[in-house]
Design a protein around this ligand. Structure first.
Ligand SMILES: Nc1ncnc2c1ncn2[C@@H]1O[C@H](COP(=O)(O)OP(=O)(O)OP(=O)(O)O)[C@@H](O)[C@H]1O
Length: 446
C-alpha cells in the first residue's frame, strides 16, 4: 500500500519538476486537476484507516462485530474508523462523506482537521455536519482564496446571491430570507465596497428594488443608478428616504393583515409586493452630527433604521449596512441597531474591538481569525451567522464597469414603486456609438 502511495507521490514530484511545477504556481487549479487530485486521492485511500487511528478518530467495534471478526473471519480485532460513504473530486479539492460510528461526534473530527490536513498534504480540511451522523470533509488542494474564481453553478436565485468564495471552495451566499438584515465591517481599503459591488451585481439580476444610501456623495453607488429605485447622497435626503420606507413598511403590514398572512412570502404572487434591499454604504455618516441642530435629523434616521431592522423582514424590506466601526461610540441607538443585524461579515480591522463588535455576539471563535486578516489580501473576511457557524471568505475581484454593465442590462427590472419615485436617480443616456461617416475622406494633397 505504502509503495503505491510513494509511487504516486514520485510521479507527482517528477511531473512537478517539469512544466507542471510552473502550473503549480501560475495555474494551481490546472496543477491540482492533473497532479494534486490523483496524488491526494491515492494518499487518502491508502492511508485512511491508519490516519484516522493516529488522529484518535476510531472506536472499538461492537461486541458482535468483534466476535465475528475473531471467530469467523479469524482476524485480529481492530478499531473502526468512520465509514466512507462518498468520495468526489472537485476542481478545487476532494469531498468525502463519512458516516460516524457510535461514540464519535462531528466536533471530534473538527478538532482533528489540522492533523488530517497535514497527514494528507492538502491546503485545508473543513469539516461540515451535513445531517445527524454524517460529516463532509472538504479538502482543498491549494489556496482557493489567492485568486478567487466562483464555482460555475453559483448564480443568483430566489433571494440569495453568491457573493464570495469560502475557504473550502464553496460559494458563500448572502441569503436575505435566512439573514434579512446584515452588517459588513472593515477598515479602510479592506474590501467593503467590493463586497457591496458583488452584491449589487447579483441583486441586479433578481426581481427586487435596490435602494442606495451613499453619503460619500454617491461615489460608490451612483454608477449603478440604472438599476437603483432610489439613491440618496446626504444625511438630509437619507432621513426623508427612510421615512418613506417606514411608511411603505406600514402599508405592507396593512396588506398582510388584509390577507391574514404573517409574511410577504405567504401572499399569492399576484398580491406580493416586490422585496426592497436597502444598501447603506457608511452608516457612521448617518449617525455623526456636526452641530446641535443636526440632532433632530440624527434621531429621525436612527429611529427609522431601528424600526426597519426590527420589523421590516416580514414585509420584504432588508437592510445591508456597511461600516468601519459600529460601536456605542456612534451614540444612542447604535448597539440596538447592531443587535438586529444578524448576518455579519468582518473584513480586515484595525483593532480587536472592531472584530469583537461584529463577531463576539454571534461567533466568538471567529474574532481572532478576523483580527489576523493580512493587509495584502483585500476582500478577505469572516462571515458569521446567528447559528454560531462562520467561514473565511473572499470576494472575486469585480470591476465597477462589469457591475455597471449588469445594471444597464437589467435596468428593465427596476420595479414600479411610486413612493420611491422622488428618490429615483438621474440616469444619463448612454452615449450612442459613433456612426460610420458618409463623407469620403480625401487626401490633403489633392
Ligand atoms: N476581493 C478582492 N480581490 C482583489 N482586490 C480587492 C478585493 N477587494 C478589494 N480589493 C481592492 O482593495 C482596494 C480597496 O477595496 P474597497 O474600496 O472595496 O475597500 P473599502 O473597504 O470599501 O475601502 P474604503 O473604506 O476606503 O472605501 C481596491 O483597490 C480594490 O480593488
Amino acid at each position: 500500500m505504502t509503495d503505491v502511495t510513494t509511487w504516486l507521490e514520485t510521479a507527482g514530484a517528477l511531473a512537478g519538476a517539469g512544466g507542471l511545477g510552473y502550473a503549480k504556481v501560475r495555474a494551481p487549479r490546472v496543477y491540482w486537476s492533473l497532479v494534486g487530485a490523483p496524488v491526494t486521492w491515492g494518499r487518502f485511500a491508502f492511508s485512511y484507516r491508519s490516519t484516522m487511528d493516529v488522529c484518535g478518530l476510531t472506536v472499538q467495534p461492537s461486541g458482535l462485530r468483534a466476535f465475528v471478526t475473531r471467530n469467523v473471519a479469524r482476524r485480529e480485532v481492530q478499531p473502526v474508523p468512520p465509514k466512507i460513504r462518498r468520495i468526489r473530486a472537485t476542481s478545487t479539492g476532494l469531498r468525502v462523506t463519512l458516516r460516524l460510528p457510535a461514540g464519535l461526534e462531528p466536533a471530534d473530527v473538527m478538532a482533528s482537521s489540522e492533523r488530517l490536513r497535514h497527514a494528507w498534504g492538502v491546503h485545508s480540511v473543513t469539516v461540515v455536519e451535513i445531517r445527524p451522523g454524517f460529516v463532509e470533509l472538504r479538502m482543498t488542494g491549494y489556496d482557493v482564496l489567492r485568486r478567487v474564481k466562483m464555482p460555475h453553478k453559483a448564480r443568483p436565485h430566489d433571494m440569495a446571491v453568491p457573493v464570495a468564495l469560502r475557504e473550502d471552495g464553496t460559494a458563500f451566499e448572502r441569503d436575505y430570507r435566512k439573514a434579512p438584515m446584515a452588517l459588513t465591517l472593515g477598515a479602510n481599503h479592506s474590501g467593503k465596497s467590493m463586497y457591496q459591488r458583488n452584491l449589487i451585481k447579483g441583486l441586479a439580476q433578481l426581481p427586487v428594488a435596490l435602494v442606495g444610501i451613499d453619503c460619500k456623495r454617491g461615489v460608490e453607488q451612483s454608477a449603478f443608478a440604472p438599476r437603483l429605485s432610489a439613491l440618496v447622497t446626504t444625511p438630509d435626503e437619507a432621513a426623508g428616504l427612510l421615512d418613506v420606507l417606514v411608511a411603505e413598511m406600514e402599508d405592507r403590514f396593512d396588506l398582510l393583515s388584509l390577507h391574514g398572512a404573517s409574511d410577504i412570502w405567504e401572499l399569492p404572487q399576484s398580491a406580493r409586493p416586490v422585496p426592497v434591499v436597502v444598501l447603506v454604504d457608511e452608516v457612521a455618516e448617518l449617525f455623526l452630527i456636526s452641530s446641535r441642530k443636526d440632532e433632530e435629523r440624527r434621531e429621525r434616521i436612527v429611529t427609522a433604521l431601528v424600526r426597519l431592522a426590527q420589523m421590516a423582514r416580514a414585509v420584504g424590506i432588508y437592510l445591508e449596512i456597511c461600516a468601519q466601526r459600529f460601536g456605542s461610540e456612534l451614540g444612542k441607538g447604535a448597539t440596538m441597531l447592531r443587535a438586529q443585524l444578524t448576518g455579519r461579515v468582518v473584513h480586515r480591522v484595525n483593532d480587536k474591538q472592531t472584530a469583537e463588535m461584529g463577531l463576539a455576539d454571534v461567533a466568538p471563535d471567529a474574532v481572532p481569525v478576523a483580527s489576523l486578516i493580512p493587509m495584502d489580501r483585500p476582500g478577505t473576511a469572516v462571515a458569521a451567522d446567528s447559528t454560531g457557524g462562520w467561514s473565511k471568505i473572499r470576494t472575486p475581484h469585480t470591476t465597477r464597469d462589469e457591475v455597471v454593465a449588469v445594471c444597464r442590462e437589467f435596468a428593465h427590472l427596476v420595479p414600479d414603486l411610486p413612493a420611491l419615485e422622488p428618490f429615483r436617480p438621474f440616469v444619463p443616456a448612454e452615449a450612442p456609438a459613433p456612426s460610420p461617416s458618409l463623407v469620403k475622406p480625401r487626401p490633403v494633397t489633392d
